[in-house]
Ligand binder design. Structure first.
Ligand code: ATP
Length: 230
């Protein structure tokens, strides 16, 4: 039902050998929000996203996605987790046509997602000529082909300039307005502040804070205020 969280993790844990990469993570992502995992490289963000997608098996604990165990709702989840395997010599549109055929969705979805990511005008240009921001947006378009309820994006703003981040923000707001939920990762506080509604701050696999972005700003101020004067 509509009040149910889109993602629930319950002591979700991943160990590689003796190393705990994700450590008893318990949190909830609500319907219609942009939720960000914020943490430094190696914090376990990618591993967490991969567990939500059913690509990595938890060592213990569980993740429920859209009311089912992670990995069971693949048809309703769109993801951009690795550098999208897009071809530089194909146009943006032809790249999506290839992926649409692969995903078994109609060609009408290609036009729709190009429109959503504001790339219709450049859809005939070769992917290799796109700016980094355009490349990211085409990757997000690929994640939208299946018309997913949940969109999972690993570092969608990585390397983007402020204008590119603003474009991603606008795009994510559009996805939320369409009734989707977005889960993403980032290692930059300034980026999640701009694009997320709520965040989970993670370090060494542990959840430090789960809060709204406004609360996080307040916490940041507390930390700054607590610094000794010199
Ligand atoms: P990054 O932004 O660098 O991807 P991250 O927060 O997404 O960081 P993860 O990629 O989840 O972090 O990795 C967390 C830790 O787990 C890293 O130290 C990584 O080396 C380790 N790790 C990830 N996958 C494996 C694996 N298959 N086998 C062993 N260690 C792994």
């Amino acid at each position: 039902d509509d009040g149910d969280p889109v993602v629930t993790t319950d002591r979700l844990t991943k160990r590689y050998g003796s190393r705990t990469v994700v450590d008893a993570l318990s949190l909830q992502v609500r319907r219609g929000e942009v939720f960000g995992f914020l943490g430094p490289n190696g914090a376990g963000k990618t591993t967490t996203l991969r567990m939500l997608l059913g690509l990595v098996r938890p060592t213990s604990g569980s993740a429920t996605v859209l009311g089912r165990p992670a990995g069971a709702s693949v048809a309703q989840v769109g993801a951009l987790v690795e550098g999208p395997g897009l071809y530089p010599y194909l146009s943006g549109r032809d790249n999506l046509r290839v992926l649409a055929r692969y995903a078994g969705v109609g060609a009408d979805r290609v036009a729709a997602v190009l429109d959503t990511v504001a790339l219709t005008d450049r859809a005939g240009d070769r992917f290799g000529t796109y700016s980094l921001g355009m490349k990211q947006r085409l990757g997000i378009a690929a994640a939208l082909l299946k018309d997913p309820a949940l969109v999972v994006l690993d570092e969608p703003t990585n390397g983007l300039d402020p204008a590119g981040i603003t474009e991603v923000r606008t795009l994510l707001r559009r996805l939320v307005a369409e009734g989707r939920t977005v889960v993403l990762s980032s290692h930059l506080l300034g980026e999640v502040e701009q694009i997320c509604d709520r965040v989970a701050v993670v370090a060494s696999g542990r959840l430090l804070v789960e809060s709204s972005v406004e609360e996080l700003r307040g916490l940041g101020r507390l930390v700054v205020d607590a610094r000794p004067l010199d």
